[in-house]
Design a protein around this ligand. Structure first.
Ligand SMILES: *Cc1c(COP(=O)(O)O)cnc(C)c1O
Length: 457
């Protein structure tokens, strides 16, 4: 009898995220042994083009030598030390870099952010932001400000606090009884707010600012300002929400309303931070900086789990005083040195490889392929792009009878050695920022083929 394969042993021992047991027969997990740049290598030797940066984490590609070397160097010297009562150079240097690089307000000479709180996944960085906002209200005696606002169709993670501010009922529903009661604001529809006309190299139009949704969202904030402690927003792209792109103008209006109404603005840049939208942080496209800014996914270049919440300078003032005023929150692996060293290396790569300066060319190439693909396929009913994220909404009505459109597209792409993981009817590309022209063309070619295969003309 031959020994069981890795996939068989996986089946016996593991429970995977975002995976139905019923689908394991149809799409068993692939055993990956190596990853380099935009490519994954399977046990069998097959190479797969990673078109979605392994769930939006891969910024400079897999196993960037600079990041690998930084991790090796760090682990050999200091693997971990608890972060209550201790500190170390990687955590301090990374915090200094993030504060220096964080979004600023026009004409301000000082950095907008003054403190960094580390955690170890995106959801945890959201919990930190929500709790900081709420506890600061308690400390100020603003005890009626205990509710959060979020956008419809938003996604902020899976822990119960983060789930409470997910604006999509599908995520909340299974745990509805356990969640706190957030207020959900209308979000412009992509069909009316294409980023088509956004020039991500130059000044940004007021896309979405005068939409009816913006009017209603601001009116709702005004009506509930007394009870709201914070509004949480994914700037520019609601990634998990089928890559909906509500517009920079919409974001700016919300930011201005929050400032005027004493509602904290929390930016969830877990997916859009680190160059995705053409600038280091998506909030740089707005004129007002958010009070709290959450980072994870691309923070370590995608190599290790690390998250950070950036906190407006001065925000901590309410937490000074007696011990009862300290922020009641901790994670065991807060500020792990290896993960911080990886993040510092990733930021160094941005400098050394001029990643942001070289982005417009790649964004342009992606835009050209996107438009061309959309024009040639009547099955594409909407398409959009912000920075190096492009999405195509396809006509569900032409999809498979079992309704598993996203899964069928994913399988068809994998049969062509490309990793795509559509969100229902929204196919998207989110490759590493240094993706090559041939790799982009391969993505476009395969996308075109699978649309024709899965959705008959
Ligand atoms: C991935 C993601 C999260 C959650 O991050 P985890 O590390 O999976 O907990 C939260 N918000 C956004 C916008 C995300 O894309």
């Amino acid at each position: 009898m031959s020994a069981p394969s890795l996939v068989e042993r996986d089946r016996a021992a593991l429970w995977h995220p975002a995976t139905h047991f019923g689908d394991l027969e149809r799409v068993p997990p692939l055993a990956i042994v190596e990853a380099r740049g935009a490519w994954l290598t399977e046990e069998s030797g097959r190479r797969i083009l990673d078109g979605i940066g392994s769930w939006w984490t891969s910024v400079h590609g897999h196993a960037h030598p600079r990041i690998v070397a930084a991790i090796q160097d760090q682990v050999a010297r200091l693997d971990h030390v608890m972060f209550a009562g201790f500190t170390h150079a990687p955590a301090v240097e990374l915090a200094e870099r993030l504060l220096e690089l964080g979004p600023r307000e026009p004409d301000a000479d000082a950095p907008f952010y003054g403190k960094v709180f580390y955690s170890d996944c995106g959801s945890a960085s959201i919990e930190v932001a929500l709790k900081l906002s709420y506890q600061s209200r308690v400390l100020r005696g603003q005890t009626n400000k205990r509710r959060f606002a979020a956008l419809q169709n938003s996604y902020h993670g899976e822990t119960l606090g983060a789930l409470s501010v997910c604006g999509s009922p599908a995520w909340r529903e299974p745990f509805g009884a356990l969640l706190s009661d957030a207020l959900y604001l209308p979000t412009p529809e992509p069909a009316r707010h294409e980023h088509e006309d956004l020039d991500f190299r130059g000044p940004c139009p007021e896309l979405g600012a005068d939409s009816p949704e913006a009017e209603r969202a601001v009116a709702t904030l005004e009506a509930h300002a007394d009870e709201l402690t914070a509004l949480i927003v994914e700037p520019l792209i609601q990634c998990a929400g089928r890559m909906r792109m509500p517009g920079v103008g919409f974001y700016r209006r919300l930011a201005a309303a929050c400032r005027r109404l004493d509602i904290h603005l929390i930016a969830d840049e877990i997916a859009v931070g680190f160059g995705r939208t053409g600038r280091l942080f998506a909030s740089e496209w707005a004129e007002l900086a958010p009070d709290l800014l959450c980072l994870s996914k691309g923070l370590s270049g995608g190599a290790l789990p690390l998250a950070a919440t950036l906190i407006r300078a001065g925000f901590e003032a309410d937490f000074h005083g007696g011990p009862e005023r300290s922020f009641a929150h901790s994670h065991t692996f807060t500020g792990n040195p290896i993960t911080c060293a990886a993040a510092l290396a990733s930021l160094a790569v941005f400098d050394e490889e001029q990643t942001l300066a070289r982005l417009p060319e790649r964004i342009e190439a992606m835009a050209w392929l996107r438009r061309e693909l959309a024009e040639r396929h009547p099955q594409v009913v909407a398409h959009r792009q912000a920075g190096l994220v492009a999405a195509f909404v396809v006509d569900r009505a032409r999809g498979p009878a079992d309704g598993r459109l996203g899964l069928a597209l994913r399988e068809a792409a994998m049969a062509r050695d490309v990793l795509l993981r559509p969100l229902h009817d929204a196919l998207y590309w989110m490759p590493p920022l240094n993706v090559g022209p041939d790799e982009l063309e391969r993505l476009a070619l395969v996308t075109s083929e699978i649309i024709d295969e899965v959705l008959p003309r």
